[in-house]
Each structure stands twice: as C-alpha cells, then as structure tokens.
Design a protein around this ligand. Structure first.
Ligand code: FAD
Length: 260
C-alpha cells in the first residue's frame, strides 16, 4: 500500500516524533511505501490567502473559494499545495498524526486542510443539482481511500468518555472525521488515541507501539466508522436531514452512524 503520514508536532524530541519514527519503520518493514508530510519541518504555510493563487490580480478582491477553484483548474496554485494534492492522490491510506491541542488539531494541520482541499479538488466535486448535492459524505475525490487519526492527549481517558467533563472523544473528533475526511470520500477508520501521555514511560511506550502496530497491520481490514452516505438514501432531499425512520431516537453527531 501507499501510505501518507501527515504529521504536526514542532519538536523532534517529542513523544509524537518518536511514535512517527516507529510508524514509518514498521510500515516500511511490512513492505509499504511511505511518504511523510512533516508540516513543521516543511515550514508549511498554515494560512489560506491570496498568495496561494499565483495568477491572482492583486487589485481584485480575494475570494477564498472561487480563487482556489480557478487556481486549481488553471494549474496556478502555489506549488506546495499542488505537491500535497499529488501525495494525497498517490496514497491508498492517509494517517493524520497530531497532539490534541485545544480539542482539535494544531493550527498548522488545519491549514493543510484549508489549503490542500481546493474547490474542485476536495469539494464542489461531482454533479450539483436539485436532486444530487455533489459527491460528498462517502463519495468524492478520495473515494476508495482510507484515513485514520493518531492522536495524543494530555487528558485522562474517563474525561473523554460518554459523560466525561471534556465531552466524548467521538464527538470532539466528529468534525474532523465526518466533516474533513468522510466529506471528500475517505472511509474513516476508528482513531488511535493515547490519553494522559504526560505519564508515558519506557514500558508504556513499548506497549503503545505494540497497539499502534496492530492498528497499522489491520489498516485494510478494520471496519470504517459506519457513517450514512449522503447519496445512499438515508437523507431527505433537499433538506439533507436524516429520514424520520433513521435513528429516530437520536439527534446530534451519533445520529449519523448506521449501527443497524
Ligand atoms: P511530549 O511532551 O513530548 O512527551 C510526553 C511524555 O512522553 C513525556 O513524559 C516524555 O518524557 C515521554 N516520552 C517522550 N518520548 C518518549 C519515548 N520515546 N519513550 C518513552 N517516553 C517518551 N490535552 C488534551 O487532552 N486536550 C486538549 O485540548 C489539549 N490542548 C492543548 C493545547 C496546547 C496548546 C498544548 C501545548 C497542549 C494541549 N494538550 C491538551 C496536551 C497535549 O495534548 C499533550 O501535551 C500532547 O499530546 C503530548 O504529546 P507530545 O508529543 O508533545 O509529548
């Protein structure tokens, strides 16, 4: 398999860095081709702005969506964006690895999504009509590919449980899983989350690597999170709300999962 690791941590002596090295070695030893986008090391530009569009007339107002579409279609995107798009198309599987910072990914990785996911590349994809709102949520540019988050968190696991003070980890990661990965077509695997990592020691590190390797070894066989696809019949059109007989007892994030 071709595997892309998109990685965000600023410190080469960090736990995340050590885990990334372990992952790369393990995947390559298993015969996979691995590319890494180490965003801090690449000095990745985190902000989407007019400088991403090489042919943009500086006297014209900047439209983040339409200008990204034009730049994507005309081949005038910033080269760093085009390279990351190529890598994501090359990959069968993309792993996003990061420390949980303020209940989400570090800003530099959010900027990877904002800039690489150009209009026409990751959204605005497929037929858009009154009856078909694009190929998205289970279909799209990344159809046939899989993605997984590898996340470290300072907080304790019970703090992220169903009634934990931080809110359930599945809810916290829902905007990434459903909005940023399932939307453009990835099948999204359950995340590998490490809690209370300030208490890491050598023995726990070895145990963590063993668990992580098991997840890497089953990338192709692990069942993805069973989100309803947008165009699979679960949603009313054009409201795109779940049909009344689908998970009638649920609302919010969990309603979008097909647990039947
Ligand atoms: P490090 O600090 O590098 O290491 C953690 C521990 O692992 C240390 O004890 C270190 O000695 C040990 N270690 C490192 N390498 C190895 C190795 N090779 N072998 C064995 N042990 C090793 N947490 C939350 O839960 N929720 C939040 O919303 C949140 N927001 C944050 C926001 C910010 C801005 C910051 C800075 C932190 C936040 N945190 C939050 C905490 C954050 O998630 C953790 O600090 C981070 O996950 C730790 O990962 P690290 O790679 O930086 O670990």
């Amino acid at each position: 398999m071709n595997i892309l690791i998109v990685y965000a941590h600023p410190e080469p002596q960090s736990l995340n860095h050590a885990l990334k090295v372990q992952m790369i070695d393990h995947l390559r030893a298993a015969g996979h081709s691995v590319q890494v986008s180490d965003l801090y090391e690449m000095d990745w530009k985190a902000v989407l702005d007019r400088h991403d569009m090489m042919s943009k007339d500086p006297s014209e107002p900047f439209d983040p969506s339409l200008d990204s579409k034009h730049a994507y279609e005309s081949g005038t995107q910033s080269i760093d964006i085009a390279k990351e798009q190529e890598k994501s198309l090359w990959a069968d599987h993309v792993i996003f690895q990061f420390p949980l910072w303020w209940f989400s990914m570090p800003a530099i990785m959010k900027g990877w999504f904002e800039r690489v996911y150009a209009y026409g590349f990751a959204y605005g994809y497929g037929e858009h009509s009154d009856t078909h709102w694009g190929d998205r949520y289970g279909e799209g540019r990344f159809s046939g590919k899989r993605a997984m988050l590898v996340v470290t968190a300072g907080g304790w696991e019970p703090h992220y449980s169903a009634r934990g003070v931080n809110g359930p980890i599945d809810d916290i990661l829902f905007p990434i899983h459903h909005g940023m990965l399932f939307y453009p077509g990835f099948q999204v695997l359950p995340p590998y989350v490490m809690y209370r990592v300030g208490k890491m020691d050598e023995a726990r590190f070895q145990q963590t690597c063993t668990e992580l390797f098991a997840r890497l070894d089953s990338l192709e066989t692990t069942d993805p999170i069973p989100y309803f696809t947008q165009n699979g019949g679960a949603y009313d059109i054009p409201s795109l709300t779940l049909k009344s007989d689908i998970n009638p007892q649920l609302s919010g994030f969990s309603a979008h999962m097909d647990e039947r």
